[in-house]
Write a protein that binds this ligand. Structure first.
Ligand code: UDX
Ligand code: UDX
Length: 457
């Protein structure tokens, strides 16, 4: 079969890896290559132990690797040999200079644009996959147009809406695919070519075409709206704890209103993940740059409530455990920012554990998938121990803090855990995952989010 499109993705991370694997699977007539500066990452993609965990990813990679899916560190060659280049390098929040703590750090992205320019000898379509501030495509276009006439570039924005843990399903059955293009003849033609790739498995009615700026902004706004729902319900959880209302009941009651809908209304210890905070801060920064301070303040509050929720959780633990956790063993069940992923970026568990350590607590952390990342985040700190087995983590503990909604924690034998714990035994359920009444009955003092605690004293 002749190769229809030669596709390259720069940045073999959480977004680039699964996205390209699915394109390779669904487009056997295309050649798909992932390149990355990180040699170790590429080695892992070429091994049996992939660098990220996603349900279904292993099978897809193994089925297509070496056939039409390749991984390499040779970025220059990859650029030269491709027609469509996805850019999926990371765009973290800036930690220095102007906009520090809010704006996106675009250094990797700009470096990548210049690499594309340097190594291109034929026309290319360049697709923004990374979440970027509005108007970045225009800047990319300017850089790419600065290099003479050898190659022409068409820049498209195709933001990714996949959620970790369900990445493969989200890619196979997306709610929508968003394609942003310049309103020119070339822009439309480039968009047709990119659309043709998705049309191999996505119905045309779900492929949305907009101008580039709308596509860029939609990505930030989608994440801001999702995070806003979580902060909204979390703010109400604080009120529920003061008033005997139950946040789960409130969420259900409002979620049945079809205008509100039931999803993303689970109160918890707060949202994490690499996108929500970063994208909102980015939105806030853009609003301030445009002089829209009221709008910026509005969205900033979503992040503020999230921090407040982490703070409240730890403060409550300490207050309930007689105002001291020094020297006490706390079993932390779950460290990933949510279930079904090994990713710990911006996980509430990081803040909670660091606060407990600052109080001289001993933190015993268990997680089914994230221990490698926990080691990188907290390994070597005094007071931190890691466990594969949640029962071992809880042995001799004064309290359990459940921080990730792993379904397997619902199946634990809590009688066995309780028997091995110090008494009184405390259980802080940061995800409202467990059967609180049953736990109370067997002897735990149970502290859910947004509900009246169940205490024996
Ligand atoms: C990242 C951003 O966080 C997200 O906003 C964006 O939408 C897509 O890119 P993710 O894939 O989760 O998401 O990031 P990460 O897993 O860190 O992957 C980025 C990869 O790019 C890394 O493997 C990194 O080594 C690579 N990279 C970075 C390059 O290949 N070249 C660079 O210059 C910089
Ligand atoms: C998110 C978006 O969902 C996705 O569309 C985008 O492309 C990237 O950012 P992700 O960060 O993978 O995806 O996870 P998501 O499922 O959205 O959860 C984010 C955080 O919110 C997690 O910490 C999760 O535990 C928390 N959450 C989610 C809640 O606290 N309550 C909820 O009801 C839902």
């Amino acid at each position: 079969m002749s190769v229809k499109e030669r596709i390259l993705c720069i940045g073999a991370g959480y977004v680039g890896g699964p996205t390209m694997a699915v394109i390779a699977e669904k487009c056997p007539h295309c050649r798909v290559e992932l390149v990355d500066v990180n040699e170790e990452r590429i080695r892992q993609w070429n091994s049996d132990d992939l660098p990220i965990y996603e349900a279904g990813l292993d099978e897809i990679v193994k089925r297509n690797r070496g056939k039409n899916l390749f991984f390499s560190t040779d970025i220059g060659r990859g650029i030269d040999e491709s027609d469509i280049i996805f850019v999926s390098v990371n765009t973290p929040t800036k930690t220095f200079g102007q906009g520090a703590g809010q704006a996106a750090d675009l250094q990797y992205w700009e470096k990548t644009a210049r690499q594309i320019l340097r190594h291109s000898r034929n026309d290319k379509i360049v697709v923004e996959k990374s979440t970027l501030p509005v108007l970045t495509a225009e800047a990319m276009d300017r850089i790419l147009s600065s290099g003479g006439d050898d190659a022409q570039f068409d820049v498209l924005s195709n933001p990714e809406f996949l959620a970790e843990g369900t990445a493969i399903r989200d890619l196979l059955e997306p709610d929508r695919v968003l394609l942003g293009r310049m309103d020119t003849e070339r822009g439309h033609a480039a968009c047709d070519r990119l659309s043709a790739i998705y049309e191999n498995w996505v119905d045309r009615s779900r492929i949305l075409r907009t101008n580039v700026w709308s596509a860029e902004l939609s990505k930030l706004v989608a994440n801001a709206f999702l995070a806003q729902r979580i902060s909204s319900i979390n703010s109400i959880s604080a009120l529920c704890e003061k008033t005997k209302a139950d946040v789960t009941e409130v969420a259900r009651a409002i979620g049945l209103d079809s205008r509100i809908g039931p999803r993303f209304l689970n109160a918890g210890v707060g949202f994490g993940g690499s996108c929500f905070k970063k994208d909102i801060l980015n939105l806030v920064y853009i609003c301030r740059q445009q002089g829209l301070n009221e709008v910026a303040d509005y969205w900033q509050q979503v992040v503020r409530i999230n921090v407040y929720q982490h703070d409240r959780f730890v403060a409550n633990m300490i207050a309930e455990m007689f105002n001291t956790v020094a020297g006490k063993k706390i079993a932390v069940l779950g460290f990933a920012f949510k279930a079904n992923t090994g990713d710990t970026r911006e996980s509430p568990a990081i803040t909670v554990c660091r606060r407990l350590l600052a109080e001289n607590a001993l933190v015993h952390i268990a997680d089914p998938k994230a221990l490698r990342q926990v080691e990188a985040e907290l390994g070597g700190l005094d007071g931190v121990s890691l466990f594969e087995d949640p029962y071992e983590a809880a042995e001799g503990a004064h309290a359990i803090a459940l921080l990730t909604d792993w379904a397997c924690y619902r199946e634990l034998n809590f009688q066995r855990i309780l028997d091995a714990m110090e008494k009184p035994a405390f259980l802080f359920d940061g995800r409202n995952l467990l059967d609180h009444r049953a736990l109370y009955k067997i002897g735990f003092n149970v502290y859910p989010i947004g509900k009246t605690p169940l205490r024996h004293f």
